[in-house]
Design a protein around this ligand. Structure first.
Ligand SMILES: CC(C)(COP(=O)(O)OP(=O)(O)OC[C@H]1O[C@@H](n2cnc3c(N)ncnc32)[C@H](O)[C@@H]1OP(=O)(O)O)[C@@H](O)C(=O)NCCC(=O)NCCS
Length: 186
């Protein structure tokens, strides 16, 4: 079996009982934000690169809200052989409740398992759910300038840059643009 097929088989719907394990995984991922040569992928300074209680509560609320209700969020996890989380992808509603044809995307892959195709598999999984289950036409996302692995992954999955806003974030003495990317899925 190709490694990607194995990962695809291990992708499952997020279950709210996995919430604490997910937050621990996310905190571990965030501890790399801007560390050494690694890119900043969240607009947080190094010292604040943790999942705050407020952020966790926002996730919890969204993940408890089914698709098509205001504030919905849908997530999938990829698990490793020992049951550990090795990747995630989530789709969520735009804040304007009348924006029903577009959604926002977030994702991450465990640091030791990057650049082997898992990100692409997760993107394909989420897109397939959108096509089968929803009437959404567009996926939108925001990425920080400098996060080249993410920008290249999205470009190779046919997202296009729609806007780059300069000087949006100042993190630990570095300037970052906010890049908006979108993909029309149907
Ligand atoms: C961005 C991220 C999710 C990519 O996941 P991944 O599983 O490593 O991506 P894939 O292996 O599927 O890579 C797909 C394509 O993305 C690009 N890519 C991925 N990692 C790359 C890297 N380190 N350098 C350059 N390009 C890279 C390549 O074009 C690659 O295609 P290729 O292998 O044919 O060259 C991962 O790096 C990550 O979790 N980063 C931290 C969190 C994050 O940035 N999330 C997104 C916030 S917007």
């Amino acid at each position: 079996m190709h490694p990607n097929d194995k990962h695809a088989a291990n992708i499952s719907d997020f279950n709210i009982t996995d919430f604490n394990q997910f937050i621990a995984y996310l905190n571990d991922q965030l501890s790399d934000n801007g560390k050494g040569d690694l890119p900043y992928f969240m607009p947080l300074a190094r010292a604040n690169s943790v999942v705050t209680e407020q952020k966790a509560a926002t996730f919890y609320r969204g993940l408890s809200t089914p698709y098509n209700q205001a504030g919905w969020r849908k997530m999938w996890l990829c698990h490793g052989d020992a049951g550990q989380i090795i990747g995630h992808i989530d789709l969520r509603a735009h804040s304007e409740p009348t924006s029903a044809k577009r959604c926002l995307l977030g994702m991450g892959v465990q640091r030791d398992l990057r650049h082997i195709g898992l990100g692409k598999v997760l993107l394909a999984h989420a897109e397939s759910w959108l096509l089968k289950t929803t009437s959404i036409n567009w996926i939108d996302l925001q990425v920080l300038s400098g996060n080249l692995p993410a920008i290249r992954l999205y470009q190779s999955s046919n997202f296009v840059i729609t806007e780059e806003k300069s000087d949006v974030f100042q993190l630990d003495g570095h300037e970052f643009s906010e890049i908006n990317m979108s993909k029309k899925i149907r």
